[in-house]
Design a protein around this ligand. Structure first.
Ligand code: SF4
Ligand code: SF4
Length: 245
């Protein structure tokens, strides 16, 4: 199938609106899943979380509104630059899977269980602006470092699609990387920003879904399109990958 490019808005405020719409649609969907997650349960809050620059800018807006830039610098000074650099982005991975190509994961670190620097007394200190990587955490059983999370395959599929869409929103020159590396990059950007630990965000190449998952994702994409102020981006994704009707 010849897939035409799904457009993304050129300006950051419109991208942030689309990101917010994606967070909202996902949040309403996940409320129906009977997760064991509760406030104060935070074994999943580690330094392995990845996100886009767009999500990092939303966090920085929040930090600047609260005049907590020094606080953020102190938090980031507790992290090791490049320590949790991902090998590939989610859309790179999806593209390779769709093309049945091998992934070169050389250099990828193992999962880092070091607690996230934003965790204070087992509560997230930036909860309202946490990236999708955190919003998509969830388990049907109370998990810990010694007990793996349990997630229904459809939950995993929806998480992957939303991660791909959010990467797609930043695919016109933005980045995907570990949360601390993105924030460090954005903070230094006004001066000497170094993108060495970041990967270029990629457009969505398609979704890897079973037929019953595709029906759910199609319904969610329709909600995204209906609720977004700018309908073209999500409309393109439906037209390109969800030709089900
Ligand atoms: S994913 Fe696991 S550790 Fe995280 S909130 Fe849910 S049950 Fe708790
Ligand atoms: S940003 Fe917040 S939700 Fe995400 S890992 Fe850190 S403490 Fe947890």
């Amino acid at each position: 199938m010849n897939i035409r490019k799904s457009r993304v808005p050129a300006d950051t405020p419109r991208k942030k609106e689309l990101l917010n719409t994606a967070y909202g649609v996902y949040s309403r969907w996940i409320k129906r899943v009977p997760l064991a997650c509760r406030k104060g349960c935070a074994a999943c809050c580690t330094q392995s979380v990845c996100m886009t620059c767009l999500e990092g800018e939303v966090i920085l807006d929040f930090i600047k509104r609260r005049k907590k830039r020094t606080w953020l610098n102190e938090k980031l000074s507790e992290t090791v630059p490049g320590k949790n650099k991902p090998a590939v982005t989610t859309n790179q991975y999806a593209r390779a899977c769709l093309a049945q190509e091998e992934i070169d994961a050389a250099g990828a670190g193992s999962w880092d269980f070091t607690p996230c620097v934003f965790l204070e007394d087992n509560i997230c200190s930036i909860y309202e602006v946490r990236p999708f990587g955190c919003r998509s955490f969830g388990s049907l059983v109370r998990c810990s470092e010694n007990r793996a999370a349990e997630m229904a395959p459809v939950h995993l599929a929806v998480n992957t699609v939303f991660t791909q869409i959010i990467e797609h929103l930043n695919s016109d020159g933005g980045y995907w990387a570990n949360m601390a590396d993105i924030l460090s990059y954005l903070l230094k950007k006004e001066g000497t920003g170094d993108s060495g630990n970041l990967l270029a965000a990629q457009p969505a190449p398609g979704f890897l879904l079973e037929p019953h998952e595709a029906r759910i994702v199609h319904a969610l994409l329709l909600q995204l399109k209906k609720q977004a102020a700018e309908k073209q981006t999500f409309g393109d994704l439906i037209d390109n990958f969800m030709l089900m009707e």
